[in-house]
Design a protein around this ligand. Structure first.
Ligand code: GLN
Length: 475
């Protein structure tokens, strides 16, 4: 079986009779088994996926199949799929089964996608290396000694290793884009509120967004188009109309693109990534685009404000995991208080506990104004300055990550070192804007390097069109 870049190639092969949904599912099941050592899937829905494939093959014959017929998808282990386990890679949700479908799952199934399994991630999506998972780390298919990135490490690795066609991830501070960059795939975070969060296990609700990881822009656009749009089950979801993103042509106009001085001059940026980035700027200028440097003086406060706000929201969101309502309950619990204390102590991992404590601290009376309120004010400044840039420019271009995938285990000692991995990705979440990571280059060590393109609110169509141009031109 060929490693298909996009669903349209698959559907052509289905039409010509060279593949079927069943043969595709069999192919992926075989590959999932063969690459078990990468620790990507935590659950494979083999029988069910095969059965569904048979049905969709019949529908294709009668001409009644949906838009996603032939699309085999993996979902991150924090997205609910009715009747299937979901754990957010945490012991505290051990044995828990989804009672309903996330809206994104419902919409994918309505278009005849096949969900083949759920994939590993950081515990409650907190992490940048997939090393906080209760299932252990995901290994990067490009070099198994290195991390796959996080928190949607399983989603990125599944696409990179061709263990599915597309995967869903979630992005609170870079969790789609950063692993996409580390594994060499496309990763798209839609505008905040573009995609319903109903059925996504919450981390930080004013930041979280679901989005696709894929091999092509075409597939990312198609999945975004299908999962986006108003949902009565999520009152924060936007009713902004959803264009046919998958039909957006390759951008042909000359664009105005900003890049941020402080981001490029940051001492943490790998020289090789910087070199590729600067070369791209020159190429774009040579192609006639207006590419200009802008200042953005908040780089130093971007990561701290992100961690104050997201931990605050997480401490409140994760209060519901108390040993009484969901999943794990400590066998040593004797009364209500010890049920809470022991279940949470034994059920949560270290990073999650650290964030709950930090979040509780920044929200506590006496410290609230000094931390939480201040971080909210910083968020506003970041949003205002970003909007100001978008008054004059179509896109902001930046690296996705300061480095390529690092070795497993090396950044375990000091959590703040890992937090700095998010330096270029949290911007889009703080500002609520759409951003995409594109696998444009490889390093001298042959590891993928991503570039990140950010657009103004609800401009996903422009983002896809220009991404196609960036990916089409050989760089
Ligand atoms: N690495 C970031 C964090 O740990 C982002 C996580 C995410 O986007 N879910 O918070």
């Amino acid at each position: 079986m060929k490693n298909f870049t996009s669903l349209s190639e698959i559907q052509e092969s289905i039409q010509s009779g060279s593949v079927s949904c069943v043969s595709l599912v069999e192919y992926y099941l075989e590959r999932i088994e063969k690459h078990k050592d990468l620790n990507i899937y935590v659950d494979v829905f083999a029988d069910e996926a095969l059965l569904r494939a048979q049905n969709i093959d019949k529908k294709i014959q009668t001409g009644s199949a949906g838009k996603l017929a032939g699309m085999v998808i993996a979902i991150k282990d924090n997205i609910c799929f009715e009747g299937h386990k979901v754990s957010a890679a945490s012991k505290i949700l051990e044995g828990f089964e989804s009672l309903y479908n996330a809206t994104v799952v419902e919409r994918l199934l309505n278009e005849d996608a096949i969900i083949i399994g759920r994939v590993n991630c950081d515990e409650f999506a907190m992490g940048s290396a997939n090393e906080t998972s209760t299932y252990g780390p995901v290994k990067n298919p490009c070099n198994p000694k290195t991390v796959a990135g996080g928190s949607s490490g399983g989603s990125a690795a599944a696409v990179a290793a061709d263990l599915c066609q597309v995967a869903l991830g979630s992005d609170t501070g870079g969790s789609i884009r950063q692993p996409a960059a580390f594994c060499g795939v496309v990763g798209m975070k839609p505008t905040y509120a573009r995609v319903s969060r109903y059925g996504l296990i919450a981390y930080a609700s004013s930041f979280d967004q679901i989005g696709p990881l894929s091999k092509s822009i075409e597939d990312a656009a198609l999945i975004t188009e299908i999962i986006a749009g108003k949902d009565s089950n999520d009152s924060t979801s936007s009713s902004e109309p959803v264009a046919s993103f998958s039909k957006s042509p390759v951008s042909s106009e000359k664009k105005k693109i900003a890049y941020l001085k402080e981001y490029i001059e940051s001492p943490g940026l790998d020289p090789e990534i910087k070199q590729n980035f600067l070369k791209l700027i020159d190429e774009l200028k040579a192609e006639g685009h207006a590419v200009e440097e802008q200042t953005f003086s908040y780089l130093d406060v971007i990561v701290p404000s992100y961690y104050v706000l997201t931990t605050a929201e997480a401490s409140s969101n994760l209060a519901r995991f108390d040993g009484a309502h969901y999943g794990y309950r400590s066998p040593n619990a004797k009364d209500i208080e010890s049920t809470y204390k022991l279940s949470r102590t034994e059920g949560f991992g270290d990073e999650v506990k650290r964030r709950i404590m930090l979040g509780t601290f920044v929200l506590s009376s006496g410290y609230y104004d000094a931390y939480y309120t201040k971080a909210q004010q910083v968020r506003r400044l970041i949003q205002d300055r970003t909007e100001e840039i978008f008054n004059d420019y179509d896109f902001i271009l930046m690296p996705t990550t300061p480095s390529t995938a690092f070795e497993l285990g090396v950044k375990n000692e000091d959590p703040t070192v890992v937090y700095l991995e998010d330096i270029y990705t949290v911007h889009a979440n703080l500002a609520g804007l759409p951003a995409i990571s594109l696998p444009l280059w490889n390093s001298s060590q042959n590891m993928p390097i991503g570039v990140q393109l950010m657009a103004s609110s609800f401009k996903e169509d422009d983002l896809f069109a220009f991404s196609k141009l960036l990916m089409n031109t050989s760089r």
